[in-house]
Design a protein around this ligand. Structure first.
Ligand code: APR
Ligand code: PHB
Length: 416
C-alpha cells in the first residue's frame, strides 16, 4: 500500500472541499483532496446559485473571484408572490447595503477546480475513500482506492467534505452522534434552459397549485423550480407540461412574458432538513452537506458549506500558526450556531411558501391558514420584511477565539 503524508486530508471535491483546499493552500497549509467521482462528473453537477456576501469574500480570499466579478449577477432584492400578488423585499435597503450574487454552483466549482489545478496541489479523482482512522492517540489516516490500487494518507486532520452520502459522518461512533431530520412531503422539479430570465430578480411563488421559483444563471440562462409530490417522476414531465404548470403559478405579468425553450437539464430533488451534532470528533471535522442539509427554499445549502469552511480555515490557520490544539475544539459549536439559524430560516421559508395539503386540494387546513396569516404579517410590516432580508443575505460569520499558549513565554511552541 502506498502511503502519503499531508497536514489536512480533504475527503470530497465539492464546493466545501475545493474552497477549503484553496484557502489552506493560500495559508501554506499542505492538503490533499480525495474524490470518489471523476473531475468531469463533479464539474457537470447542476446545483443552486445564490451566494451570500460572506461566500463572495471567501472566494476573493481564495483568489477565485475573477469570473464571479465579471459574470455574477448582483441582486438587491427578491419578490415573494402570494397567489399572483408580488411583494418586493428590498434586501439592500433592509440590511443597510447588503446584496446577494446569482452565480451557479457549477461555475464556483469550475473556478475552484481551475485554481487548484493551477496551484499544482495533490488531488485524487475516481478515488473513493473506504476507511477513516481517527483516534486521539495516533496520526489520522484516510484509506482509498485508485485504479484498483490501495493508498493511505497520514495526516494531522481530516476534513469530511464528502456530502450527505459520504463516509465521514458514519465514521463518528453512533453513541457520540445525534442526528435531527425532517423529510418534507414534496420535492422540487428543477429545469435549466437557455432562455432569458422572466424577471431581473428571483420570484418565490406561493400558490394553491404548489410552490414555484423563478431564478437565473445569467441574462440568457434561466433556472425554474416547481413543487411536486414525492411520487412524481421526471419522465412524466415534458418541457411543455413544465412550462404550462409554471405559467399557472407565476404572477400574471411574468406568465404573460415567459419565454420558454428546450430544457438543458431537468431533475427532481427531495427536500429535507438534517443536522448532525457534533460536527467534529478527534481529528475529523464534518463540513457542509456531510453535517447538514437544508431545503433549498432559503438558498442556504451552498452558503452554509462556505461558513463551515470559514470556521475550519480559521481554527486550522490558528493551530498551524502556533496556537494550542485546543483552538480547533471550538469548530463544531461555532458552526452549529449558524447552522441551526439557517435550518430554522430554511424550514420557515419552506413552511410559509409550499402547499402542504393534498395536490390541487383547495381546502386549507388550520396549519396552512396559520402559515398564510404569518406570511401576510411578515410581508405587510417593515420589521417582518427586515427579518426575512437579514436571514436571506446571511448573518455575519462568527470569528473564532484565540487560545493563549500555556507554554512559558521563553519557550516557543511550534506545531510541526
Ligand atoms: N470518497 C471520496 N469522495 C466522496 C466520498 C468518498 N467516500 N463520498 C462522497 N464523496 C464526494 C462526492 O462525490 C462529492 O463530490 O464528496 C463530494 C461532496 O460534495 P457535495 O455533496 O457537493 O457537498 P459539499 O461540498 O458540502 O457542498 C454542498 O453542494 O450538493 C450541494 O446543495 C449542496 O449546495 C450544497 C453544496
Ligand atoms: C437556484 O437558482 O438554483 C436557486 C435560487 C434560490 C433558491 C434555490 C435555488 O432559494
Amino acid at each position: 500500500m502506498k502511503t502519503l503524508q499531508t497536514k489536512v486530508a480533504i475527503i470530497g471535491s465539492g464546493p466545501s472541499g475545493l474552497l477549503l483546499g484553496q484557502l489552506l493552500h493560500k495559508q501554506g497549509i499542505d492538503n490533499i483532496i480525495i474524490e470518489r467521482s471523476s473531475a468531469q462528473h463533479v464539474q457537470d453537477r447542476i446545483r443552486a446559485g445564490i451566494l451570500e456576501q460572506g461566500f463572495v469574500e471567501l472566494l476573493q480570499q481564495a483568489g477565485c473571484e475573477q469570473r464571479l466579478e465579471q459574470e455574477g449577477l448582483v441582486h438587491h432584492g427578491i419578490y415573494i408572490s402570494v397567489e399572483g400578488k408580488k411583494t418586493h423585499v428590498n434586501l439592500t435597503k433592509l440590511t443597510d447595503g447588503k446584496v446577494v450574487t446569482c452565480y451557479g454552483q457549477t461555475e464556483v466549482t469550475r473556478d475552484l477546480m481551475q485554481a487548484r489545478q493551477a496551484s499544482a496541489q495533490t488531488s485524487f479523482y475516481s478515488a473513493p475513500v473506504n476507511q477513516i482512522h481517527n483516534s486521539p492517540q495516533s496520526k489520522a489516516r484516510v484509506c482509498f482506492e485508485m485504479d484498483g490500487e490501495p493508498y493511505q494518507i497520514e495526516c494531522d486532520f481530516i476534513a469530511g467534505c464528502d456530502g450527505y452520502h459520504g463516509v465521514s459522518r458514519p465514521s463518528i461512533p453512533q453513541d457520540i452522534r445525534t442526528e435531527y431530520e425532517r423529510i418534507y412531503p414534496f420535492g422540487w422539479l428543477g429545469l435549466l434552459a437557455d432562455t432569458p430570465p422572466v424577471c431581473d430578480e428571483l420570484i418565490y411563488c406561493k400558490h394553491s397549485r404548489g410552490f414555484a421559483l423563478a431564478s437565473q444563471r445569467s441574462e440568457t440562462r434561466s433556472r425554474y423550480y416547481l413543487q411536486v409530490a414525492n411520487s412524481e417522476k421526471v419522465e412524466e414531465w415534458s418541457d411543455e407540461r413544465f412550462w404550462q404548470e409554471l405559467k399557472l403559478r407565476l404572477p400574471a405579468e411574468e406568465a404573460a412574458k415567459l419565454q420558454t425553450g428546450p430544457s438543458i437539464e431537468k431533475s427532481i430533488a427531495p427536500l429535507r432538513s438534517f443536522v448532525c451534532e457534533p460536527m467534529q470528533h478527534n481529528n475529523l471535522f464534518l463540513v457542509g452537506d456531510a453535517a447538514h442539509i437544508v431545503p433549498p427554499t432559503g438558498a442556504k445549502g451552498l452558503n452554509l458549506a462556505a461558513s463551515d469552511v470559514a470556521a475550519l480555515y480559521q481554527v486550522l490557520s490558528a493551530y498551524y500558526a502556533g496556537q494550542p490544539r485546543q483552538v480547533v475544539e471550538q469548530y463544531s459549536d461555532v458552526c452549529l450556531r449558524r447552522v441551526w439559524n439557517a435550518e430554522r430560516f430554511s424550514w420557515w421559508m419552506t413552511s410559509m411558501l409550499h402547499h402542504f395539503g393534498e395536490e390541487h386540494e383547495d381546502k386549507r387546513s388550520f396549519v396552512e391558514k396559520m402559515a398564510d396569516s404569518e406570511l401576510e404579517f411578515y410581508l405587510h410590516s417593515e420589521s417582518g420584511m427586515k427579518l426575512i432580508a437579514e436571514q436571506y443575505v446571511g448573518l455575519p460569520y462568527e470569528q473564532i477565539k484565540s487560545v493563549e499558549s500555556e507554554v512559558k513565554p521563553h519557550a516557543v511552541q511550534v506545531n510541526s
